[in-house]
Design a protein around this ligand. Structure first.
Ligand code: SF4
Length: 277
């Protein structure tokens, strides 16, 4: 029998990686959720997902990038950080987290090996998440100032978190091919958000580029030449129905930026408050 460790909130034991539908808090998938194993299957399953819940489930079991599947599962089984060695690791792609009817979509880069890859929830369980959720709470988007583990009661209002790449990459660096394979999930996330969408907040230039590329693929009007990423940068994206969505940039909440104070809490709060307009 596979070794099992107790979930930090519920105490229920899970193997690592966590099988879909096994009872992990917030697991959007079941044992029957269709699994994408190739780039073509990602495109097909993303395009046919009929709701945010459906899309989250399909994303969370995707196996289309062999290098990333190997890495995320190796970390979950044998590469855990010492301080989390007694916890189960999610070891699957990070599904989107937040309000399915959000007006704001936040686009990050990719899960962290000991953060989302451990907890199964975007930006949860690492210092990047500590910084982000504190700001989301101060500005009224998050119910709690912290996000430590799935099942802790955290909930978002009017904002949903997605990522350019949904699996933890070695050294936080997905390849160009992996970014391209994962892009259809983001495109469908944007498409499903359209009815209420007013802004896309991109953390870092990779999220910015991924959002622009998804917008172009969906036939949205994107300014030319390609808008440059910067903290506080903002450009309008034209939707096919004539409405406009704001594309907004912020420096990423990575320790590299926050520990050096390239990104301060006030800078992120200012951007988030601006999204309320
Ligand atoms: S990175 Fe994206 S496309 Fe690749 S396996 Fe993970 S979820 Fe699937």
């Amino acid at each position: 029998m596979e070794p099992r460790d107790p979930h930090p909130v519920t105490g229920v034991p899970f193997p690592s990686p966590v099988p879909p539908g096994d009872g992990w808090p917030g697991d959007p998938a079941s044992a029957d959720t269709p699994v994408a194993g190739t780039a073509a299957q990602v495109r097909r399953l993303a395009a046919s997902a009929g709701s945010v819940a459906d899309l989250q489930a399909r994303v969370s079991v995707c196996r289309a990038c062999p290098r990333l599947v190997r890495w995320r599962e190796d970390v979950a089984r044998t590469g855990r950080r010492a301080s989390f060695a007694d916890q189960p690791y999610w070891g699957r792609p990070g599904p989107s987290f937040g309000d399915p009817d959000a007006g704001v979509l936040l686009v990050g880069l990719a899960p962290a090996a000991n953060g989302t890859n451990r907890t199964g929830r975007m930006f949860t369980g690492d210092s990047s998440g500590d910084f982000l959720y504190a700001a989301l709470h101060r500005t009224g988007f998050a119910a709690l100032p912290t996000s430590e583990a799935a099942g802790d009661g955290q909930a978002l209002t009017d904002l949903r978190i997605v990522a350019a790449v949904r699996c933890a990459p070695p050294a936080n660096k997905p390849t160009a091919d992996e970014k391209a394979r994962c892009a259809p999930w983001l495109e469908r996330d944007l498409e499903l958000a359209v009815p209420r969408l007013r802004a896309v907040l991109c953390l870092g230039s990779i999220g910015w580029d991924a959002a622009l590329s998804a917008a172009r693929s969906l036939g949205w009007e994107v300014p030319r030449p390609k808008p440059r990423f910067g903290h506080g940068a903002e450009v309008p994206l034209g939707l096919p129905d004539g409405r406009t969505v704001r594309l907004v940039g912020s420096y990423h909440v990575s320790p590299h930026n926050t520990f050096t104070r390239r990104l301060t809490p006030q800078m992120l709060d200012d951007v988030l408050v601006g999204l309320r307009r």
